[in-house]
Design a protein around this ligand. Sequence first.
Ligand code: ZN
Length: 265
Amino acid sequence: MKLFDTHCHLGDETLKDASGPLLERAHASGVAALCVISADPDNIASFDTFVPELRALGTPVRIYRSAGLHPHEAKHWSPEIEKTLTRQLSADAVAVGETGLDYHYNLSTPEEQKSVFERHIEWACEFQKPLVIHCREAAHDILTALDRKDIKQHPRPGILHCFTETRTEARQLLDLGFVISFSGIVTFNNADEIREVAKFIPRDRLLVETDSPYLAPKPKRGRSNEPAFVAHTFDFIAELRRENRDEFAEQIWLNSCRTYGVDPQ
Ligand SMILES: [Zn+2]
């Protein structure tokens, strides 16, 4: 069984122990690939060395990376960041983000967030790479921003990551060609509504992720999250949907590879 942690945030601590135990634990729990998500203005440029260093640990886990600036950080947008991200997107970054809108925290103003989100949408269309979208209390504005011809024509427009919206929004995103990714939140006691959505998403449009180091799934809740724990979220959703575990894993693996445009072999 091969699992793909489609969304994780890894830091330098992963490199400090040269044996890479975090990646070993991931491998041991069935993770065959992961995507390290770019978010923080302070380490966008350092991803160019960090990601090759991770790969150089010699892990059998395939390591991909995205390029983008998190909506929380939109106020830090600068010409240098724009230049670095453009360069990374024309190189090996497999996705554009994490981007989107977060009106819960409003750590950047809605205007700053919208303008940076627009730029990411343009990149997704220009480079034909998928968006990785973060949405918190902003589904209406996100759907409005995505309502454009070049997104509708995009063969794999993106992922709504760490899904916490309702079935209505899920339906609208599916209609736009998006895939829906579930984090450990789906395992939480108060997440009945999200579980209902996880049952309804067509099996060829569903992904799983950790969003580590946050949101560890049950039974690891409260601990620092890590890619190995994606197995708990996967098992939980497979059980919830009464899927055949191996077939479902294969399907989600293919969905993940297709979305990121990487070879499933
Ligand atoms: Zn994230």
